[in-house]
Design a protein around this ligand. Structure first.
Ligand code: NAD
Length: 274
């Protein structure tokens, strides 16, 4: 199995719908030992049974990334319980509600700071704190979205955060390359999760992506999980600084290849094929 003997930590499981859960499942299925973190006590109740499902009931730690001490404590706990780690998953994002609808220019400085702190700077802080316990071929993975590259309705502040996150991946990849550590992101297509519920009109986004992607379907957390496992494993040993799209190909489209029928259903491609 590809991940046999690998040990790592996954930050960002809220429940079994989380993208981080899909990544944990794929890594565990390939033999990895996975440690988990939770944001607060109400999420702890959900994360502990998930960790137990993967045989990691004794590897569950608190970590609110807006609290630097909790990141330091996480490092100490991982050092004590796992020694070295071979992979880190940062599947965390947050923006205050005001940043996810309405006029973009009205976003407050406070909301901007919180979104950038939790969704972007946390990747740098986690990387720096965990670096002393990272193995030589350690692989770090974060999650992005196309709204960081092009305008997406209502994604607003999170779009700016994802743009910053994607550049953070590239600068970290260069910086850590000399230590043999790789840093990549998956830009996932829209998936119905707790975080996604905060984005206005999310159901429309799902329908739009399904209709306009080459594969004509939305992606699942298992599909993102499998690609994540590849980026965390030695299979991708020459891949770093990459923003890898797992979006049914949506990002390559310059113009949708469908027309809509009277009921609003996408049916006929421009070339006349069904
Ligand atoms: P999710 O709600 O399951 O996961 C988000 C996680 O962020 C939760 O576990 C939450 O506890 C954690 N989090 C928020 N604030 C935190 C803090 N201060 N400290 C520690 N953890 C904190 O939703 P998800 O969709 O699985 O999101 C995971 C990642 O995937 C996010 O970066 C998100 O932007 C990204 N993403 C999601 C989609 C999508 O459509 N769902 C698409 C592309 C990228």
């Amino acid at each position: 199995m590809v991940m046999n003997g690998k040990k790592g930590v996954i930050l960002g499981v809220a429940n079994d719908k989380s993208i981080a859960y899909g990544i944990a499942k794929a890594c565990a299925a390939q033999g990895a030992k996975v440690a988990f973190t939770y944001l607060n006590d109400s999420l702890k109740k959900r994360v502990v049974p998930i960790a137990e499902e993967f045989g990691s009931g004794d590897l569950v730690y608190p970590c609110d990334v807006s609290n630097p001490q909790e990141i330091k404590d996480l490092c100490e706990s991982l050092k004590r319980d796992l020694g070295e780690i071979d992979f880190v998953v940062h599947s965390i994002a947050f923006a205050p509600k005001e940043g996810l609808s309405g006029r973009f220019m009205d976003v407050s400085k406070d909301a901007f700071r919180v979104a950038m702190d939790v969704s972007v700077f946390s990747l740098m802080e986690i990387t720096k704190e965990l670096k002393p316990i990272m193995s030589e071929n350690c692989s770090i993975l974060t999650l992005s979205y196309y709204g960081g590259v092009k305008y997406i309705p209502n994604y607003n502040l999170m779009g700016v955060a994802k743009a910053a996150l994607e550049m953070t991946v590239k600068y970290l990849a260069e910086d850590l390359g000399k230590d043999g550590i790789r840093v990549n992101a998956i830009s996932a297509g829209p998936i119905k999760t707790l975080a996604a519920a905060g984005i206005s009109d999310f159901r429309f986004m799902l329908k739009w992506n399904e209709a306009h992607s080459p594969l004509k379907k939305n992606v699942t957390i298992d599909e993102v999980g499998n690609s994540g496992m590849y980026l965390l494993s030695d299979l991708s040993s020459a891949v770093t600084g990459e923003i890898h799209y797992v979006d049914s190909g949506y990002n390559i489209m310059g113009m949708p290849a469908v027309k809509f029928d009277e009921e609003g259903k996408p049916t006929i491609a421009w070339n006349g094929e069904k």
